[in-house]
Every structure is written in structure tokens, then in C-alpha cells.
Design a protein around this ligand. Structure first.
Ligand code: SF4
Length: 628
């Protein structure tokens, strides 16, 4: 009997790579079930649906299967529903089984609203898929049935990679850059209300055997898969074990070149141990960045979302430690959490910069995920949302417009403490600060003023933003973003074409820099900041001169690449001071070598822009400045 597994995803990363995820989640369901001989002998997998091909085409493929298993997440739910609906129309006998984090299982009318679902699996699916297949063989095919899977305490599950489940799929698509997913443990001990992971896995973190993990890593290297995504919610939480896994990845990368890139979430209350891991990756040039998923620094908001972060003093300590090791640290924050205000948001940004975190900030709008506990807080915090159809992070859809199926996510629009306008102001404020500070236009001088003259980041950026709002370009860009954002509430599709740049909603907070690179105005805005500082602060001419020289050379600008490193001279120790390498700025001449960080020199402006946005966590846009 033929079965099929459906776990479609978008293409990921820069378009030219043609990269897709291997459908690991459904792969492991089958590797578990097929270890039983009677399942393996009686069923065979006819199709793995891993990408969003045209619906009609997929439905035809699936129509001669006995059972089709769907794994739902926010990025594929509507697409899967459409397939299942049409599939049932074409062949009502196909037995459909749905699971995954986005299954709306709390809906009492689940089977009425989604009549194409025969079985809804709630929880971890491996054993349940086995049982469904086992029962199917003896003619037991319950319909409109909710199957509650207990938590799996023993992850002795054969690996879908090592059992060869994906071999045919890989061989059939030699043009695809496959992205494997590594699961070393399962679960999260936290219960942040905006996330479905902690509540889904009921706290306890269960581990896969180390031998299996190592063998999978060897397989990825053997298959020459460059980018590895790890599913861990808190990598580094098991200190000794996670260091062993790190060592294995590093060893393979050094010996074979694979993996060369890694996506991972580190332990929340990160400590110095996690740095050891990041440092090891860094040694073989795997740039994972050290990401502090703060989400907010506002105590009352942390309480509202039941999240425990390290306190901000510890964050400062971690930032200092990272700097001493020359490891960049990135920060993730969420806009629109319950209880946040415009002022507390500005304070968040100030806290982050005060803690010495200047390398990267990613700011996201709060999404209401189907099974996240926050849906129970909607009334309490007056959470108003709108349906967005375009919230897929770093993804793209290669389908023609007519074949596209919009995925829907509820995105925050206002809360009891943030009106629609205030939330928009939050986004715009973040757009300014990330664009100017994080992408290297104003950080050197802002850090100098903070440390040498006690000018707070909040005061500096409030004033600078007022000044920038007199610039004709900025006025136009800001207006267009405001318009696009408000339209988005009504249409669900964010449409913004700014000077030839088609921006997605998730790119907006980071888009100031893209716009400047696109319009070749980086130097112009450094000049504006320079004039602003001269008119507002008492500042030495040599310092302002050095700020200009350093900033204009440190930013990697289109058409002005440092194919060979370039030497520059400054009149003061300003740069060392901003890097915490000295306690005051003195008038001593300094020589620096400015070198490209990755020796990547795109030949098209559009590629340059792509690298600025996709390489933001690797500081792609900033050259390395080394003292001679
Ligand atoms: S946000 Fe992270 S730490 Fe919080 S519950 Fe989800 S996975 Fe766990």
C-alpha cells in the first residue's frame, strides 16, 4: 500500500542557492514506524512532499495513496489544507492524518470546519503513526478521531538519515542544496506564552543517543550538506554533552568542510559555557553568532509572558566577555508583547546598547501562534491582531502568483498598552536605531558620547531622529513604510517598493541600511550624523574627523570593496576606546588595516543588498578593522 508524507516548506536562503529543507519531521515518523517488519512490508512511501509545488500537481501525485500524513506548521498550514481538500474531492477514500504544532486541535468543531481531516494527532507523532498504520492493516480506520500521543520518554528512534529514507529523494533532485535538521534533544523547560514549544513538550528535555547524533553528523558531511539547522531550543543547556556535539561538528567541518554554516538557538540563561561553544565554531569559521534571545528587558513584560531571562547586569557581563573574545553577540527582541509601551521599548533598546550589545538586533512583531498559551491572554491584555499572509522569515515562494497559497498568521496590531500608532512608532524607532547604530553609520560616535560624555543612547537617538526627519529622503522613506504598514493591516500583504527595493514585512526593521546601500547614500548619512554631532555636542575636531574616516571605511560599500586590505590612519584612539580597548581617547596617531570580513565581492548591487540582509548576523556589511 502506498502512503505519502507531506511537510512542505518554502525555499530558504538566497534564491540562487536553490536550498530546501529535508523533511525531517515526517522522515522520523516513518523511520520509527517502518522499523516494524509488518509495517515495512505492507506500506511503502510513494511521495515525500517537501516543497510548495503547484497544488493541482501535488494532489494528482497523492491521489493513488491509501494514507497521506500531513505535518502542519505556520508556514504550510493553508497549503496543506488546500491539498487535503482537493485530494478528498478527487479521491474521498484517501485516509488523511494530520499532526504538527499548528494543528488547530483546541477547536471543538475541528472536524466540521476541516472535514478533510480524518485523524488529528496531538503531541509527538512517532508511535501514533505506527499505531495508525498497524490498525489500518486490520481494517480499523477510525474517522474524525483525535489521537492523543503521550510524551515520548525514550528517544530510541532510528534516524531517517541513516536508514536511507531520503536517499531516493536526494538522488531525484541533484539541483537542490539540501538543508538537514539535527535533533539532539527534544523539549524545552520554559513556558514562554508566545511560543508553542514549551507547552507542547511538557517541560522535560529528552535526549537522543550521542552515537546516533554523531553518525547523523557524519552523514551530513558525507553528503556534503553545507548548512545545518539544529532544533534545540537551548543548545548548551547540557554542558558536557553539548560540548561533545560541538567538538564533533568542528572536527567534521575541519576535516571535510561540512558543515560550513549552522543555525542554532542557544540556552536562554546563557553563560560563559555557551561562549566556549560559539568560540569553537568560530575557530573553524562556522559563524553561528551568539544570539541573546532577550525578547524584552522589561521586567513586567517578562512576567506577563512567563519568561525568565538573565538580568541585564548579567547580560552586560556576557557582552564584555564576548567582546574580550572578539565574538559578536546578536540580540532578538519582540515588538508588541503584552505590557510593553513605547517608552519601555525605547528603554529596551537603551538597555541593550548600554549592555554593550552593538553587533546586531533583530526585532520581530509578536505573532499569535495557534497553540501558544498566549491565546488565553487575548482578553486580559486586549491583544488585537490582523491576519498577515506574508510573515515567513527568510523564505521565498517560487510559485507563480496564480498558484500561490497564502499562509495566515495573526500578527499583533495593538495591545492594552500600545495603540496602533504607538506600535508603528515602535517599529519606526527600531528602524532608525538598527539602520544607524547597528549597521555602522553612527555607532562609533554614539558609543563615544555615551562613554566619554555620558550622553544616553536614548537622548542621542531621540535627537538624531528629530534631525533626520528633516531630510527629504528620510521623510519619503518613512512615509512609505508607514503607509505600507497600515495598508498591511487591511490587506494582509505587505507591499513596499522603495526606490526599486521590494521589501518584505520582516525586513522592515533592518531596511534602513538596505535603502542607504541601494541609493548609495551611506557617506551622505555619515556626513549628516557628523554635522548633527558638531551642532549638538562639544566635540574635538580630531575625534569627529576620525569618526568620519573610520565609519566610511568600515562599512562595506557597493563598488568600493577592499579586495586587498587597506591601511588608514586616525589622529586619536577613538576606535580603540569604542571597542573598550582603552579608557579614554588620546591624541595619538593610529594605523589600522581595513579588510573584507568574508572576501565576498558581489558583482551585482542586488546581490550586495541580499548579503546585507541575509548576512546581518555575520556582520557582513562591516569590514574588519585591525590595529597595525
Ligand atoms: S521561546 Fe524558547 S525558551 Fe521559551 S518556551 Fe519557546 S523554545 Fe522554550
Amino acid at each position: 500500500m502506498n502512503v505519502a508524507f507531506v511537510q512542505p516548506n518554502f525555499q530558504t536562503g538566497p534564491r540562487h542557492l536553490n536550498a530546501f529543507y529535508l523533511p525531517y519531521t515526517v522522515g522520523i515518523l516513518w523511520s520509527y514506524a517502518s522499523q516494524y517488519p509488518h509495517i515495512n512490508e505492507n506500506f511503502s512511501v510513494k511521495h515525500w512532499i517537501f516543497r510548495r509545488d503547484p497544488v493541482e500537481q501535488v494532489v494528482k501525485q497523492l491521489a493513488d495513496c491509501e494514507i497521506v500524513f500531513f505535518s502542519l506548521y505556520v508556514w504550510n498550514r493553508e497549503y496543506c489544507f488546500k491539498i487535503a481538500k482537493k485530494l478528498k474531492e478527487l479521491n474521498p477514500k484517501v485516509y488523511t492524518v494530520f499532526g504538527g504544532p499548528d494543528l488547530p486541535h483546541r477547536n471543538k468543531n475541528l472536524f466540521d470546519e476541516f472535514p478533510f481531516i480524518d485523524v488529528a494527532v496531538i503531541g509527538e507523532g512517532e508511535h501514533m503513526v505506527y499505531e495508525i498504520l498497524d490498525q489500518y492493516l486490520i481494517g480499523n480506520r477510525p474517522n474524525k478521531h483525535r489521537a492523543h500521543a503521550p510524551r515520548i520518554r525514550d528517544l530510541e528512534i532510528p534516524s531517517p538519515y541513516l536508514t536511507g529514507i531520503f536517499d531516493e529523494l536526494i538522488a531525484a533532485h541533484p539541483d537542490i542544496e539540501w538543508m538537514p535538521t539535527l535533533e539532539t534533544d527534544r523539549g524545552c523547560p520554559y513556558k514562554c506564552t508566545f511560543c508553542d514549544w514549551g507547552s507542547l513538550t511538557s517541560s522535560k528535555v529528552v535526549k537522543f543517543g550521542l552515537e546516533r547524533v554523531f553518525a547523523e553528523l557524519e552523514w551530513f558531511s558525507k553528503m556534503k550538506m553545507p548548512f545545518l539547522t539544529m532544533t534545540n531550543a537551548n543548545f548548551g543547556i547540557f554542558k558536557e554533552r553539548d560540548i561533545l556535539i560541538t567538538d564533533k561538528i568542528v572536527e567534521l567541518s575541519r576535516e571535510t568542510g561540512y558543515p560550513s554554516g549552522l543555525g542554532v538557538s542557544y540556552a536562554k540563561n546563557s553563560n560563559k559555557d555557551v561562549f566556549d561553544i560559539v568560540r569553537k565554531f568560530q575557530e573553524v569559521n562556522i559563524q553561528t553568532g551568539f544570539i541573546l534571545s532577550l525578547q524584552t528587558t522589561t521586567d513586567s513584560v517578562l512576567e506577563n509572558v512567563k519568561r525568565t531571562n538573565m538580568n541585564i547586569n548579567d547580560v552586560s557581563e556576557i557582552a564584555n566577555y564576548g567582546r574580550s573574545l572578539q565574538l559578536p553577540i546578536f540580540t532578538e527582541i519582540i515588538m508588541g508583547l503584552p505590557g510593553e509601551t513605547l517608552e519601555s521599548w525605547k528603554q529596551n533598546i537603551k538597555n541593550i546598547l548600554d549592555a554593550g550589545l552593538h553587533n546586531g538586533i533583530d526585532a520581530f512583531l509578536l505573532n499569535m501562534i495557534e497553540n501558544a498559551p498566549m491565546v488565553d491572554d487575548i482578553e486580559k491584555y486586549d491583544l488585537k491582531t490582523f491576519a498577515a499572509y506574508d510573515m515567513f522569515y527568510e523564505t521565498s515562494d517560487s510559485l507563480e502568483e496564480s498558484d500561490r497559497v497564502n499562509e495566515t498568521i495573526q500578527v499583533i496590531k495593538s495591545t492594552s498598552t500600545l495603540t496602533v500608532d504607538e506600535l508603528l512608532e515602535t517599529i519606526i524607532y527600531t528602524w532608525f536605531v538598527i539602520g544607524f547604530h547597528i549597521h555602522g553609520i553612527s555607532d562609533i560616535i554614539a558609543i563615544y558620547l555615551r562613554r566619554a560624555k555620558n550622553v544616553s543612547y536614548k537622548e542621542f537617538y531621540d535627537k538624531l531622529i528629530d534631525q533626520l526627519r528633516k531630510d527629504q529622503n528620510i521623510i519619503e522613506w518613512e512615509n512609505k513604510i508607514r503607509h505600507a504598514y497600515l495598508d498591511w493591516h487591511n490587506t494582509g500583504i505587505f507591499k513596499l517598493d522603495l526606490i526599486g527595493l521590494k521589501l518584505s514585512s520582516w525586513q522592515v526593521p533592518n531596511s534602513m541600511s538596505l535603502i542607504m546601500h541601494q541609493t548609495n547614500t551611506v557617506d551622505h548619512y555619515i556626513d549628516i550624523v557628523k554635522d548633527f554631532v558638531i551642532s549638538n555636542y562639544d566635540i574635538d575636531a580630531d575625534i569627529i574627523n576620525d569618526y568620519e574616516v573610520l565609519s566610511k571605511n568600515r562599512i562595506k560599500q557597493w563598488g568600493r570593496y577592499n579586495i586587498t586590505p587597506k591601511q588608514i590612519c586616525t589622529k586619536t584612539t577613538l576606535f580603540d576606546f569604542t571597542q573598550n580597548l582603552c579608557y579614554s581617547v588620546t591624541n595619538e596617531q593610529q594605523q589600522y588595516l581595513i579588510a573584507d570580513r568574508y572576501n565576498q565581492f558581489p558583482t551585482e548591487l542586488s546581490q550586495h543588498i541580499d548579503y546585507v540582509i541575509y548576512g546581518r548576523r555575520k556582520m557582513w556589511v562591516l569590514n574588519v578593522v585591525d590595529k597595525l
